[in-house]
Ligand binder design. Structure first.
Ligand code: TXA
Ligand code: MG
Length: 347
């Protein structure tokens, strides 16, 4: 299969353009289209079409028990994805949609188990990216979409990342440039009495608490061993893994730098994930800065690209500085810890 790449700029989208017509017709006929969202690129298919969902699993090499997120572009469509929408979900949708938030609710009978990985619940998101919205509206379908990477690879933040992983496996990629946020949406389970964060993201626990009065975090995503199973099936896999083993070095900045510098003496080719403040202090290695250590947004924006770049540099080991974890930093560290298989050294 030839993978077609079309460019659609998020500014001034022409709803009748031939690119959008073609993408929508692929979705309608049960095919796959990769497209930009404000978080990461998604790999879309008609959410109500079992065979279309099955194609997503095949293209990504994704385990079949890992459910997909159903994307909508109109709040009235929420009732087509979910059977019941409680007050908690309504409040959260009202506060954060369109945006980087996914709500887990009881699934509508029309959503096949092939899309929900056999679960009776469904994850729903209303993305704010204009290209994502245009594609969903134009195809007039609910679009099931996981991140558009091969299973186990970092989520794509550029169309070229999608091509790297899925070239020849999907008919179309819509290139809308680099995505804004850079890490996947916050997932909130709304099926209980209290909202539960199943995956941290741009929408923080505090933001959820401000809206609902309460918010808890799934113990399975905090535990750094496998004793507590995460409630979102995808969170149990070692995701976002670069090819070389990655170790996070935590501690006072000077100590972190001197520890990593001492590892340069090993003779191995070392990759270093650093910040603007520290990158000049390393004495060797392949250094990639993900931005200022005070700017959580920039770190989130650049992290997956940095992990992919490391693969291209053929490094044998990677060390990463650790990042502060108030707000968005928590989501960044969650992803980094998974990429490192929880390998962390305190200095
Ligand atoms: O930002 C995002 O959410 C991106 C863009 C494309 O929207 N999508 C994304 O999808 O990250 P994916 O498939 O890579 O991650 C979906 C996560 C997985 O961890 C999956 O297990 C969880 O959502 N999930 C989906 N349905 C669920 C459900 N019914 N209950 C619990 N977790 C669910
Ligand atoms: Mg993913």
């Amino acid at each position: 299969m030839i993978t077609d790449i079309v460019h659609i700029d998020e500014k001034g989208i022409d709803f009748d353009s031939k690119e959008l017509e073609k993408a929508a017709s692929i979705i309608q006929s049960g095919g796959l289209v990769a497209f930009p969202t404000e978080t990461v690129y998604g790999l879309g298919a008609d959410a109500k079409n079992e065979e279309a969902s099955a194609k997503i699993y095949a293209a990504k090499g994704r385990p079949s028990d890992n459910p997909l997120i159903v994307h909508i572009a109109d709040i009235s469509k929420l009732n087509e994805a979910a059977k019941e929408v409680n007050e908690m979900a309504k409040k959260l949708a009202d506060a954060f949609w369109p945006g980087p938030l996914t709500l887990v609710l009881p699934k509508h009978d029309d959503i096949p188990y092939a899309t929900t990985g056999g679960l009776d619940t469904v994850a729903v998101r209303y993305p704010s990216h204009p290209v994502a919205m245009a594609l969903i509206k134009k195809s007039d379908r609910l679009i099931a979409a996981p991140s558009a990477n091969a299973s186990g690879r970092p989520s794509p933040t550029l169309a070229s990342h999608v091509l790297e992983d899925l070239d020849g496996r999907i008919p179309m990629i819509i290139d809308g440039g680099q995505v804004g946020i850079g890490i996947e949406s916050t997932i909130v389970d709304c099926t209980g009495e209290v909202p539960v964060i199943l995956r941290p993201g741009f929408i923080t626990p505090k933001m959820v608490k401000d809206v609902c009065g309460e918010c808890t975090i799934d113990p399975g995503i905090i535990a750094n061993d496998s004793s507590v199973k995460p409630k979102a099936p995808g969170m149990k896999y070692r995701h976002y893994a670069p090819k070389a083993p990655l170790t996070i070095v935590e501690g006072q900045k000077e100590k972190v730098v001197s520890y990593i510098n001492s590892q340069l003496l090993s003779g191995k080719k070392v990759g270093i994930i650093a910040t603007d403040e520290t990158s000049g202090n390393y004495t060797g290695g392949e250094i990639i800065s993900v931005g200022s250590c005070d700017d959580e947004r920039s770190v989130a924006h650049n992290l997956y690209g940095a992990l992919r770049q490391m693969d291209g540099l053929d490094v044998e080991v990677i060390y990463s500085e650790s990042f502060e974890t108030p707000g968005l930093g928590e989501a960044v560290m969650n992803r980094l810890l998974k990429a490192a298989g929880h390998q962390i050294i305190k200095v």
